[in-house]
Design a protein. Structure first.
Length: 103
């Protein structure tokens, strides 16, 4: 599992909830990953590249709730889930696993 997340606090929260996650700075490092977490705040343009490099991966993107364009673009670019930050951080493990936490 690989995450494209630059913010150190976000990394810490993800590490605590999702054991075994590694962090990368670019889509190239996601090749062959089974799950990829993408912070749309810093890596929105990487979703399509991640999909090409890891065609079988579950891609989970999160971003600001008021940036609906970025969330929709992530889905169009191949994200399996694109959710608001607040929803993602309510239970990162559940979102990554495909379980939907309560809104």
């Amino acid at each position: 599992m690989t995450a494209l997340v630059g913010d150190l606090m976000d990394r810490s929260r993800i590490s605590a909830a999702v054991p075994g996650v590694s962090f990368a700075s670019g889509a190239e490092a996601c090749a062959g990953a089974d799950v990829v977490i993408v912070d749309l705040g810093g890596h929105a343009a990487a979703v399509a590249s991640v999909r090409r490099l890891a065609p079988g991966a579950r891609i989970v993107a999160f971003g600001r709730h008021d940036d609906t364009d970025a969330l929709q673009r992530a889905r169009r670019d191949g994200a399996d889930a694109a959710v608001a930050r607040s929803r993602f951080f309510r239970d990162p493990g559940a979102v990554v696993a495909g379980d939907s936490p309560a809104p």
